[in-house]
Design a protein around this ligand. Structure first.
Ligand code: ADP
Ligand code: MG
Length: 718
């Protein structure tokens, strides 16, 4: 028997047949957040003073009082055991981009065959996993392997269930013994603080009440593919690299445009419902589900939340989708470009700023005061995005996202902002001093100019922009489907915090010089917009004309590949930015860059090796076997014609494999930067040549002999 079949049945023989269901009332009354230890839950389990102290930490960012740790730990343990948890783990986000967990049991022997369940404050606050196997980018030598996880009380603990039990997960940060961040969460939390510190002084100028705090809100739309498990395990490329390294274009792709928003197939809908039930229990407000553009592609989106919580929830969404798919004989592919020739997957990050009273600072509103404030913050975002195009590109850079960005159906690698015609018009009028649209009476005065009313839905939609204003938030669309959103949010918070600080200083200076608030804001908006206007582009981001214009006329960056982008990560400008805001020091930033180089190198290296292996041991033999078969009927004209075709393509494949092997062996140098460049400049092109020859063969070799499931099969079985 073909050994692949064994692998396949081995993978399939494990299947849980439970289909959760809950009535709408049950979801609302019992299920939602039932596996989350909310503040409300803790209130009932803690003394008044312990609760007050914890609340101060969670809601106002006050320093955690270590004195309450034991009581909180006891309450957590009791709650978790009631939920069926036997183990706990500090749940954190190392620099791999996924999450990490090391489970410890509550169980402790108490002598004479007796055991008790215990969990101390010390265990809650801190754990010390061996950090040497997590990437540190040189921040920690292996001989000083100590790394600490520390409880992050601002994100609630939760229960993760599996077929035979449950685990209490305690959201945590991860740092080296020198106090340097080794994770994605620490800088995210620092950036939220930085945003608060920058924005509240600005809000005070607009009359905000004392005690106002500001955070960022985030809603991430997750795209993914589902394919049948049967096919997945017969594709070493999918298993090893997450994407297909071979595959001829099927006769039908997405051109009929019949999949997007189409009726969701039954099997998929059952899967989605199952996943949603689990996500509800985790308190994740999943709202939207639909078919995406490519065949086999889908989307899930929750309602936005505070960005710290949203980042945790996003990781859980990916995890639940992946594990649940398996129950339905499906595999969930999160890769940015699992299939060539059809759309890739992104993760649009909808971002805004909001006060603790729930005021959205990017909501245009309809009173003069709100409008002025909105224009001020909107201008700050324009300035931030123009100044830090490099950072926005770098924070979404990965070997996998390179296949998507700049391809036909995804935002280009050039960062620009879509404002919509109406909002652009408003800025233009402020600049020209022309003022209002005269559409209606009651427009607010801003000194000499008259500010027009701002429509709530600022105009049309544009799907081609990497960064679009969509009514009351910005949508960052370049983020990749498989990546953690923590670093992109950190960058957004950081660049806007910095920009707001500068504009606030500008505004203050003008106020001190005696200008009215109206006049001062108008001047700040006007001069800033004039300076950064080039970042606004409302046209077709996919067009060649835009690429020309962006680079040549506007001088915008076009950082095509990951390596072009991450080179900028620790420029003087960026070291200054992150340092000034206390988000990442120079060493921490350099470590992140180093890890990005390393992951890029390793990812492409694995792809190169997998390509060589599959081409040599699966595809070439199929072609040669076919030639043997053809030889047996060699006299017919058809057989001779096919033989010529197949043997030409087989020779081409053979040569391409030799070339790839040479590049795979070369590595390009000792040092990770050299290796990364070698991968991009030599291995990827050599892989493409192998693929081209193999895909040619797929179209001429007998399908009975073809060793791999094809696009035609994988994308259309539902
Ligand atoms: P579309 O697919 O048209 O872009 P969706 O409605 O699918 O829009 O997704 C929009 C996302 O933006 C949702 O997650 C939504 O909760 C989120 N969102 C809405 N308002 C805000 C806001 N103020 N801040 C952050 N995210 C927001
Ligand atoms: Mg969207």
């Amino acid at each position: 028997m073909n050994q692949d079949f064994d692998v396949n049945s081995a993978a399939r023989n494990w299947r849980v047949q439970t289909t959760p269901s809950a009535s709408p009332l049950e979801v609302v009354n019992d299920l939602f957040a039932s596996d989350v230890l909310t503040l409300e839950q803790l209130k009932a389990r803690l003394s008044k003073s312990a609760y007050k102290s914890l609340q101060g930490t969670v809601e106002r960012g006050a320093q955690l009082d270590a004195g309450i740790a034991d009581t909180v730990a006891l309450a957590m343990k009791t709650w978790a055991m009631e939920k069926g948890a036997t183990h706990y783990t500090h749940w954190f986000q190392p620099l791999t981009g996924s999450t990490a967990e090391k489970h410890d049991s509550f169980l402790n022997p108490a002598g004479d065959g007796v055991a008790i369940m215990s969990f101390s404050g010390k265990e809650l606050i801190q754990a010390e996993p061996d950090a040497s196997s997590f990437p540190s980018g040189g921040l920690r030598a292996t001989f000083e392997a100590r790394g600490y996880t520390a409880w992050d009380p601002s994100s609630p603990a939760f229960i993760v269930r599996h077929a035979n039990g449950a685990t209490l997960c305690i959201p945590s940060v991860f740092a080296s013994w020198t106090g340097e961040a080794l994770d994605l969460k620490t800088p995210l939390l620092r950036s939220i603080e930085a945003l608060n510190s920058a924005v509240t002084p600005a809000l005070e100028l607009f009359g905000a009440s004392a005690g106002t705090r500001v955070g960022s809100s985030l809603g991430a739309e997750q795209e993914y593919f589902l394919i049948a498990e049967e096919y997945y395990y017969r594709r070493p490329d999918l298993v090893m690299t997450g994407r297909t390294l071979f595959g001829a274009k099927p006769p039908r792709g997405q051109e009929l445009e019949d999949h997007y928003f189409g009726a969701i197939p039954d099997r998929v809908l059952s899967f989605m419902t199952d996943a949603e039930m689990q996500l509800y229990a985790l308190g994740i407000p999943v709202k939207t589900r639909h078919n995406e553009v490519a065949p086999g592609q889908f989307e899930i989106a929750p309602i936005f939340e505070h960005s710290n919580i949203a980042a945790d929830h996003q990781q859980l969404i990916m995890q639940v989708l992946r594990t649940t798919a398996r129950k339905y004989g499906l595999v969930c592919l999160m890769h940015e470009k699992p299939f060539a020739g059809v759309n890739g997957s992104g993760k649009h990050c909808n971002w805004s700023m909001a006060t603790n009273a729930g005021e959205n600072l990017l909501e245009p509103g309809d009173t003069p005061h709100e409008n002025m404030q909105f224009l001020f913050f909107c201008t700050a975002v324009l300035k931030a995005v123009d100044t830090h195009q490099d950072l926005l590109r770098a924070c979404v850079a990965s070997a996998s996202n390179d296949h998507r960005l700049g391809a036909n159906e995804a935002p280009p690698a050039i960062i620009s902002i879509f404002l919509g015609s109406e909002l652009t018009d408003i800025f233009d009028r402020i600049v020209s001093g022309q003022g209002g649209s005269g559409k209606s009476a009651g427009l607010m005065g801003l000194g000499s100019s008259v500010l027009p009313e701002i429509p709530v839905h600022a105009g049309d939609r544009n799907r081609t922009s990497p960064f679009a204003f969509t009514g009351n938030k910005f949508e960052f669309r370049a983020v990749g489907s498989s990546q953690s959103i923590s670093f992109p949010i950190t960058v957004l918070n950081a660049i806007v915090a910095d920009s707001v600080s500068e504009l606030t200083a500008d505004l203050k200076a003008r106020l001190d010089a005696g200008l009215s608030l109206d006049d001062a804001v108008t001047e700040v908006v006007k001069s800033t917009y004039q300076k950064y206007q080039r970042i606004v582009f409302n046209g077709d981001g996919y067009s060649d004309a835009w690429h020309q214009e962006a680079e040549k006329e506007r001088g915008l960056l076009n950082l095509r590949t990951t390596l072009d982008a991450i080179e900028h990560l620790n420029s003087e400008k960026n070291v200054g930015l992150f340092g000034r805001l206390g988000i990442l020091n120079e060493r921490e930033l350099a470590a992140r860059q180093e890890i990005m180089y390393d992951i890029y190198f390793k990812t492409v290296n694995i792809e190169g090796e997998t390509t060589e292996y599959m081409a040599q041991t699966q595809i070439l033999p199929a072609a040669l076997n076919y030639l043997v078969d053809l030889g047996k009927v060699g006299s017919s004209r058809a057989a001779q014609g096919v033989t010529t075709e197949v043997s030409a393509a087989a020779d081409e494949l053979f040569d391409a494999i030799q070339a790839l092997r040479t590049q795979n062996e070369a590595l390009g140098g000792e040092e990770v930067h050299e290796k990364a460049h070698h991968m991009r400049d030599h291995v990827l092109p050599a892989m493409n040549d192998v693929r081209a020859a193999a895909d040619k063969l797929e179209k001429v070799v007998s399908s009975k002999l073809w060793p791999l499931p094809t696009y035609r099969q994988m994308l259309f079985v539902k």
